[in-house]
Design a protein around this ligand. Structure first.
Ligand code: NDP
Length: 453
């Protein structure tokens, strides 16, 4: 048997890479991880974590406004200081980087600071050194992608937006996906005059249509200027800002433009092309259910493989991969069907399972139960924010196949509902569950009247 330096060499210390490295090491195999940036990858450094912190910051805006109906007087208009938020965020992330470092060290994983290049099916090169491994795991994630147009060099991407030197008082986001709606809500909440420009008729393609419409209306009510059926034609630097011309002829002057136009696999310079590793049509790495590429000793997981680009998916894949390759029994395939997700726009979206449109296509006859109401808090706050909750039921089996919410802490609510949907519980089971009063979440077990068939 060949003698390798390591059993497993992981490239990329993001969510998936770190979890795979630690879990594999715990089974007794010899593991190394190479990382040339920050520990924790996109999620910890320029994704989920700082985004959620900024979203909390933005929510204070509503909280200050809502408080007067509850008897509070705020003696002076609250002022927001961008540098405080940004610098506190930097410190928190340093703390998390340290935790990741200790986790890897504690698990006995060798951490190598450098960008690895795959040189053959069992070898990588890092910092000029050749290292061999029985298996190589590519967990390099994705990288923001920006389309080219006149002045596209003036845009920032989601890696850069967290650390802007100055707070952009006028902010524009291009795109209509997760990142676009989240950052439009964040900067709007922090007090920027905010524009979102999306090329289609309605953002959040792929989400339940009613959820998309409801979110559009709520975001507009909060003051985000939505420009649909439009794209950026050009950006010019002008005195005091950026002049953005849209394809519909509109012209806007802003201080910063965020391109939130999707992410691409971060494969450049990794050497996989010379090994003939097969790709999917979108350029992501093709893997089988054991997370093996077309070169079986080269494994891959997470965003680079083109599945749902979500941290918990990469973590689940890492656990599966380790069970397949180093565990004592073969796990069943990972269930990608009912992955719950939240979009941290304001109000938040939480969703699991099928949209109404997908369910209709799959099952034909569906029952829809929905509630669109003013949350209790806003009876006194004076806010006109509303909440949407919706269950999609397969009529024949009575199974709840989709649950959707737009409202305060929707992700927190939907996480629990996701267990029920994954367990294939029926509407009758939901109805038989006694609610928690007074909560918004209790709507999910008290929606008795059919909205439509
Ligand atoms: P998405 O793929 O979700 O959205 C990209 C958006 O950019 C789409 O609206 C797309 O339009 C638009 N777009 C693409 N190309 C162009 C172009 N040439 N000109 C104009 N618009 C364009 O990517 P994001 O960058 O928002 O996020 C990447 C992924 O990261 C998400 O899909 C998600 O999986 C993950 N993520 C998850 C979060 C969470 O869990 N809360 C938060 C943030 C990110 P169209 O729809 O028409 O194709």
């Amino acid at each position: 048997m060949a003698n390798y330096d390591y059993d497993l060499f992981v490239i990329g210390a993001g969510s998936g890479g770190v979890r795979a490295a630690r879990t594999a090491a715990a089974t007794g195999v010899k593991v190394a991880v190479a990382e040339d940036r920050y520990l924790g990858g996109t999620c910890v450094n320029v994704g989920c974590v700082p985004k959620k912190l900024y979203s909390y910051a933005a929510h204070f805006h509503d909280a200050f406004e809502d408080s007067s109906g509850f008897g509070w007087t705020i003696p002076q208009a609250p002022k927001f200081d961008w540098a405080t938020l940004r610098d506190n965020k930097v410190e928190e992330i340093k703390r998390l980087n340290g935790i990741y470092n200790r986790l890897l060290e504690g698990a006995g994983v060798t951490l190598i600071n450098g960008r690895a290049k795959v040189v053959d099916a069992h070898a990588v090169e890092v910092n000029g050194e050749r290292i061999t491994a029985e298996k190589i795991l590519v967990a390099v994630g994705g990288w923001p992608w920006t389309p080219q147009f006149e002045g596209s060099e003036y845009t920032v991407n989601s890696n850069q937006v967290f650390d802007l030197d100055d707070f952009p008082k006028r902010f524009l986001v291009l795109g209509g996906g997760y990142i676009a709606v989240e950052f439009a809500s964040i900067f709007n909440g922090l007090g920027a005059d905010t524009h979102l420009v999306y090329r289609g008729a309605l953002f959040l393609r792929g989400f339940d249509h009613e959820v998309r419409e409801f979110t559009r209306d709520e975001m507009a009510k909060k003051g985000v200027n939505l420009h649909f059926e439009a794209n950026i034609e050009r950006i010019r630097k002008v005195e005091g800002g950026l002049e953005v011309t849209l394809t519909n002829g509109e012209q806007l002057e802003v201080d910063a433009v965020l391109a939130a136009t999707g992410r691409r696999p971060h494969l450049e310079g990794l050497g996989l092309d010379s090994l003939g590793v097969e790709l999917n049509t979108d350029g992501t790495l093709k893997v089988n259910e054991r997370y093996e590429s077309s070169v079986p000793s080269i494994l891959a997981l997470g965003d680079v493989t083109g599945g749902p680009e979500l941290t918990p998916v990469a973590l689940a894949e890492a656990m599966h991969l380790v069970q397949h390759h180093y565990g004592d029994k073969t796990p069943g395939p990972l269930d990608y069907q009912n992955i719950a997700t939240a979009v941290f726009c304001h109000p938040n979206i939480g969703t699991v399972g099928l949209s109404e449109e997908e369910a209709r296509e799959r099952f034909g006859a569906v029952r829809i139960y929905s509630a669109d109401f003013r949350p209790m808090k806003h009876t006194l706050s004076g806010s006109d924010e509303r909440c949407l909750m919706k269950l999609v039921v397969d009529d024949a089996s009575d199974r709840v196949v989709g649950a959707h919410m737009v409202g305060d802490e929707a992700g927190e609510t939907i996480q629990g509902i996701a267990i029920a949907v994954r367990a294939q519980l029926t509407k009758t089971d939901f109805d038989a569950t006694v609610g928690i009063h007074p909560t918004a979440a209790e709507e999910f077990v008290t929606m008795r009247s059919l909205t439509r068939r």
